[in-house]
Design a protein around this ligand. Structure first.
Ligand SMILES: NC(=O)CCC(=O)C(=O)O
Length: 314
């Protein structure tokens, strides 16, 4: 997830602020009234057996929670192989209820049971005749807080290296999600991260499946850039690497801090990273290096088109 944590929330007395998240406000905004909490990044192996993938994710979420994580993040496309042939087969109609979506049913059950927030990576979503690459965020009450459809589909063609066209099967989402999560390729777009930051996000989560070409060159660089530019935390969660898969994931799930520093990371095998996030350092760092104040709004400006759209439900 990326949990938005807005300035007025800093007035909440610390006694209330630690450690229980008193959650959520209306219309999709997820507010975590806490300064410090543990995040769990579950870098999972993904197989063609969907039932196994769901059971496996459930087990990993429980393990992360037992280790103290109050917010757990799963990888991009964790219930299905990452392939255009598989997406339509594994897709679930999330809006049609738990029977039609065993993957999100599990997330709802576990988040409520363990009283944790889950950023459910992403799964292929079927909506009418369209497919989306969709991340569902569940609150501590087990309720769906937001659904983010990947906005920037991953189309790449580097001859001899990698060709993958998500747009062959997926339709792009149209709305930035105020719970402030992106999916994978969304991390390449600084404007999106800036919009989230300007709306008060202190943590951006990107479930992501980079590959053996873009992973080594860009994965860490992009996370650290998004974090340093916007002075916030960035969390990424990848599938574990399967060298035999059609699309080989890079792995290296990571938490980056507001100076662009890597706080915790892993290699490419299955792993659960547990790391602490401390929102209180954000204000201190933003005071010491006041990028937001130094920005030259007289020379350049980011236009948040959705904010101007009166019909947009945030
Ligand atoms: N699944 C993805 O969106 C991969 C993104 C990626 O590798 C990139 O370079 O961007």
């Amino acid at each position: 997830m990326a949990s938005a944590f807005r300035p007025q929330q800093a007035r909440i007395p610390p006694a209330l602020a630690i450690p229980i998240p008193l959650l959520t406000k209306a219309i999709g905004n997820l507010f975590c009234f806490i300064y410090r909490f543990k995040i769990g990044l579950c870098q999972l192996t993904v197989t063609p057996d969907k039932e196994r993938n769901i059971k496996h994710a459930r087990k990993a979420i429980k393990e992360a929670a037992q280790k103290g994580a109050q917010l757990v993040v799963l990888p991009e496309i964790w219930n299905s192989p990452y392939s255009n042939d598989s997406f339509p087969v594994y897709a679930e109609d999330i809006d049609a209820g738990h029977d039609a979506s065993p993957s999100t049913a599990m997330l709802a059950e576990v988040s409520g049971q363990l009283k944790i927030t889950i950023v459910g990576g992403s799964i292929p979503e079927r909506c009418g005749d369209k497919l989306y690459n969709t991340c569902c965020i569940f609150g501590t009450d087990g309720k769906l807080k937001a659904k983010h459809r990947k906005i920037h589909l991953f189309d790449i063609d580097i001859p001899g290296k990698i060709t993958f066209m998500e747009s062959k099967t997926f339709t792009a989402g149209e709305t930035p999600t105020i719970v402030d999560t992106g999916i994978c390729h969304d991390i390449c777009f600084e404007e999106l991260a800036m919009i989230y930051a300007s709306r008060g996000a202190h943590l951006l989560c990107y479930p992501g499946a980079f590959n053996m070409t873009s992973g080594p060159s860009h994965w860490e660089l992009l996370q650290r850039s998004r974090a340093a530019d916007n002075q916030l935390y960035v969390a990424t969660c990848s599938p574990a690497r399967d060298a035999g898969a059609g699309y080989i994931a890079w792995g290296h799930s990571t938490l980056v801090g507001p100076f662009g520093e890597v706080i915790a990371t892993t290699e490419h095998d299955e792993d659960i990273i547990i790391a602490e996030i401390d929102y209180s350092i954000l204000e201190q760092r933003r005071t010491r290096l006041p990028l937001a104040k130094q920005r030259r709004g007289d020379l350049y400006r980011l236009v948040d088109i959705r904010r101007l759209d009166a019909h947009c439900r945030l």
